[in-house]
Design a protein around this ligand. Structure first.
Ligand SMILES: [Zn+2]
Length: 156
């Protein structure tokens, strides 16, 4: 019996949360679908989908979770971050205060290990082969979109 392999997804997220960035990302989604027989991001993938929402969503690792560090003092802020995300979802500000150095910053500035991102649009490549988008698509995305985040998540 083959071992059950944990699935790895790649979520391509936008840096600037503008309508232009969402449109550019949607264009890249079309290119990835159209070019599957030539250049495939992440070695290979099973399927891909485009997600879009009015509010920001947190794209982060599932299986095994992630650690969070303060961008100013590198203190482990996992529990304060998680509390602040809950409060933000309940209507509070999109920010937090470091329990160690008392800096106040946007939740998207918190440093995830492995990296995570808040985004209102994402291309999700399901069940990729390798955790690397590849040179071809990296260059394509940089040219059409500019800054972006490739978030890899293990799904149990
Ligand atoms: Zn700090």
């Amino acid at each position: 019996m083959p071992l059950a392999r944990r699935r790895l997804d790649c979520c391509i997220c936008i840096e600037k949360q503008t309508e232009e960035a969402v449109l550019a990302l949607r264009g890249i989604f079309g290119l990835i679908q159209a070019g599957r027989d030539q250049h495939v991001p992440c070695g290979s993938f099973q399927s891909c989908s485009f997600e879009q929402s009015e509010k920001l969503r947190l794209y982060a690792n599932h299986q095994g979770g992630y650690r969070v560090r303060c961008p100013f003092c590198a203190h482990n802020i996992a529990s304060d971050f998680s509390k602040s995300v809950h409060l933000w979802r309940a209507g509070a500000a999109f920010s937090m205060t470091c329990p160690s150095c008392a800096e106040v910053y946007s939740l998207s500035k918190a440093q995830g290990i492995p990296p995570f991102a808040f985004s209102r649009a994402a291309i999700v490549l399901h069940d990729v082969e390798v955790a690397d988008i590849g040179d071809f698509w990296h260059a394509q995305i940089r040219e059409k979109l500019g800054e972006y985040h490739a978030i890899f998540r293990r799904v149990g």
